[in-house]
Every structure is written in C-alpha cells, then in structure tokens.
Design a binder for this molecule. Structure first.
Ligand code: DGL
Length: 285
C-alpha cells in the first residue's frame, strides 16, 4: 500500500475541495482525480443512473491500483456507495458518514440541523438517516439547492450578486428555523461558504466534511512518510469533457496549479456484470 495512489472522483470539479484536504493530511501521496464534467450534474438524475455512472468511474479508477477510492461526490456517496461498495475490491470511502458525524458533534438533543444538498441526496435521506441513527433527537431539515452547482462550475465568485441572491432564495426558510449547524452536503457548496455564512449569521456552524474525510483516509491508509515514491504528491486529473475549463477553474478551487489533465470516456468502462468490479488494464502512476 506504500506508494499506491488515492483515487478521488466527483461529478465535476467540486471534489477538488476534498483533494485539497487530502493534500494537507497526506502531502506525499500520489492522487488520481476523475471529474465527470460531461455528465455533471448528478444531483438531478435518478439513483439508477448515478449508480451506473459510479460503477463506470470506479472501474476506470481501479486501473491505477489505488489504495482506496474516495467518492467526493455527495450524491454518489448517498446513492451509489452503499450499493456498490461490497463489490469493490478496495475501500470505497463516501462523504456522508464523516459529514453526519461532524454535524452530530456540533449539536445537542433538541437542536435543528440543516442539510444543503442536491435533489438526489435529499431524496435518498442518507444524511438524515445517518444523523438520526447517531442522535435520534435532532431535527433534520433538508434543502435541495440545484442552482448553486452551475454557479460554482462556472467559476462565479463568492461576492457575485447572483450568487448572493440565489443563496438568499434557498436559505430564507432555513434561516427562520435557526439551525445550530448546517451541513454543506454537496461538493460545490464549500466554495460558497462566505455568502452562506454571511446570510445565516454566527449562530449556525457550517459543516464542511472535507477535512474529516481526509482524516478518515489518513487513518485508513496511515500517514507515515512514503519511502519508494519517485514523484511525491503527483496529481493526475482525468475528466470526461473540456479539460481546459477544468484546468483553469480547478486551479482556483484547488489553490494549486493543475498541470496533468486528460480526457477519458467513462462509458468505455461500463461494468459488464454485477460481480466484483475488476479493473480493466492496469496503468502505473
Ligand atoms: N458532486 C455533486 C454532489 O456533491 C454536486 C454536483 C452534481 O449535482 O453533480 O452532490
């Protein structure tokens, strides 16, 4: 496991927030990222489609012989990870459990916790069920905010008046409930922390699970310095469309230059059977 990469995927580029957190915890570990930029958004699609897309991506990522695969995408984590993880031969880590745990730790019985997520994540009730399993006496309100995703994909700034208007529109009913914590249950929303926090005020703690996910991966694979690695911290990115756009907006999201981006077609990695998801031909990182 020493020099194997961590594989991370998302429906687009918001998952780079998780990559950034992984960089802090495991700076030397090579990373392979896949963003399904041709098929984003996942949050408006059916569970069946999200599961199929996730299977294809996992199969593609297994080619890199990863030590684990992180589903940075909340929608895939909520809808597909529980279904397919028993068939994946490496740990498949989702973001729902770490986010739910953080929310529970930030609240007490009788509080209100709000979940902002995509329509598919809200429909799955994955956050609500996980939170209420840990703390049954917490009121969980959920809100789908689909318009926030394209605003981030487009690279709109947090101060953009359109961003502030959309945030206000979605959060108005939530603010009235005075939640103690609000889970940013979508890869893209941490990019809009500033206007969300400004609108809700200081009484609401924002939960961005990227750091907890990274800590979880660190515990899973160990944070010891790597010995055999020839190119520490290498980041290889793959997208299903428009690598140039990913490179320029992704560099802003990640806060470091993205240099290696290539286009792949995930449909080529369709899973032929419902058994273990085996990799096609392996590639060295
Ligand atoms: N990556 C998705 C998520 O975290 C957001 C974007 C989408 O709808 O695909 O749920």
């Amino acid at each position: 496991m020493n020099d194997q990469p961590i594989a991370v995927f998302d429906s687009g580029l918001g998952g780079l927030n998780v990559v950034r957190a992984l960089r802090r915890v495991l700076p030397e570990r090579p990373l392979v990222y896949f963003g399904d930029t041709a098929r984003v958004p996942y949050g408006t699609k059916s569970a069946e489609t999200v599961i199929r897309f996730t299977e294809e991506i996992v199969r593609f990522l297994l080619r890199f012989d990863p030590c684990c695969i992180v589903a940075a995408c909340n929608t895939a984590s909520a809808v597909a990870v529980p279904v397919i993880s028993p068939r994946v031969p490496v740990p498949l880590v989702g973001v729902v459990a770490p986010g739910a745990k953080d929310a529970v730790e930030a609240t007490k019985d009788g509080d209100v916790v709000a979940i902002l997520a995509t329509a598919a994540t809200v429909a799955s009730n994955a956050y609500r069920n996980t939170i209420n399993r840990l703390r049954p006496r917490l009121a969980v309100v959920q809100k789908a905010c689909p318009l926030l995703v394209p605003l981030v994909e487009e690279g709109r700034s947090e101060d953009d008046p359109i961003v502030r208007m959309v945030v206000r529109e979605y959060l108005e009913p939530i603010r009235r409930l005075r939640p103690t914590a609000l889970v940013l249950g979508c890869t893209h929303y941490p990019g809009l922390k500033k206007p969300i926090a400004a609108y809700l005020g200081e009484g609401t703690k924002l939960i961005d699970s990227a750091r907890s996910v990274a800590d979880h991966v660190g515990r899973l694979i160990g944070t010891k310095p790597l010995s055999r690695i020839s190119d520490p911290g290498r980041l290889l990115c793959y997208v299903s469309d428009n690598p140039q756009h990913f490179q320029s907006v992704g560099t802003q999201v990640l806060g470091e230059a993205i240099t290696d981006v290539a286009r792949v077609c995930p449909e080529e990695f369709a899973v032929p059977s419902r058994t273990i998801i085996d990799p096609p031909d392996r590639v060295a990182v």
